[in-house]
Design a protein around this ligand. Sequence first.
Ligand code: UFG
Length: 344
Amino acid sequence: MKRKILVTGGTGFIGSHTVVELQQSGYEVVIVDNLSNSNADVVDGIEKITGIRPKFVKLDCNDKEGLRALFAQEKNIQGIIHFAASKAVGESVQKPMLYYRNNLVSLMNIMDLMPEFGVKGFVFSSSCTVYGEPDVNPVDETAPVKPALCPYGNTKQIAEEIIHDASISGVPYKSIILRYFNPIGAHPSAEIGELPNGVPQNLLPYVTQAAMGIRKELSVFGDDYNTPDGSCIRDYIYVVDLAKAHVKALDLMLDDKSKDNVETFNLGTGRGVSVLELIRTFEKVTGVPVPHKIVGRREGDIEKVWGAVEKANNVLGWKAQSTLEETLESAWKWQLKLREKGLM
Ligand code: UFG
């Protein structure tokens, strides 16, 4: 019998790519999502790619009784991947209570229900934001957690602490915390991808929209950083590679192969890429110019961060496979698809 996995936020960007990989690896998936930042059509895209329609339930994870009813109905959920969360840095500064409630109440609801229904493994979406500006790059999982620069970042830190404290108390399930670096790109089929709401806040969706002419020009936030070309450096990880790591994490826990009750892994490529390098590479692989200008620094930006990924390589048995070129091509293909569908 297929192992059944509940994926919260499964119609979102990383969630939808993970559902595809789970189904292609033989897992049965139930998606819960409140559709606050995604669209139910994503389920069609997943079905087109995999030939399997995942079960979709529209539900807010803050609704504990709704979740309880779902667990009772589904019966044998063996693992949970919890993506559902609010993630806009700027918005979190404006609406901190919304972020603490959405990101922490939902987490606690799920953690309360797991022992009740015998769920064995829990995967939590965290972020390299917990490292702040690292003292050393590549930054590994033992690096100190730095004070958060915004409520969003703080919710990830608190969530990690909640998971550790629950584990120390002896909860009957294992947890894996995945710290994502900067996820980008789209499924090579262009059936699913990132659909930012309004003006994109993240770099690559802005790049593809500027290349498409939807935005006049990209603002590059600063070229006076202490980096080779002066622009900030990040570790851009292909979303399909990232999605595959979630399958590995579940395999590890459900096969009883995880060593500790809570394990934390960086998910990145191990390579830092500057903003200007990303723009140049995009232009090279697509042949499409990206109108851009240098402007002042963005408040709160980290100068440089990229991940040490040896632990994920060795323990999880996972490694980023795709090149930056392939990843950027997939993002452009997705942008063209959005145009074709009249969505952008
Ligand atoms: N950038 C621009 N112009 C833009 C957008 C971004 O130059 O229009 C630059 C940023 O200054 C940064 C890089 O592109 O140097 C990446 O920026 P993103 O906003 O795409 O990503 P961040 O690394 O800033 O943010 C990510 C996640 C957040 C998380 C944060 C913590 O998107 O959720 O890491 O470091 F909180």
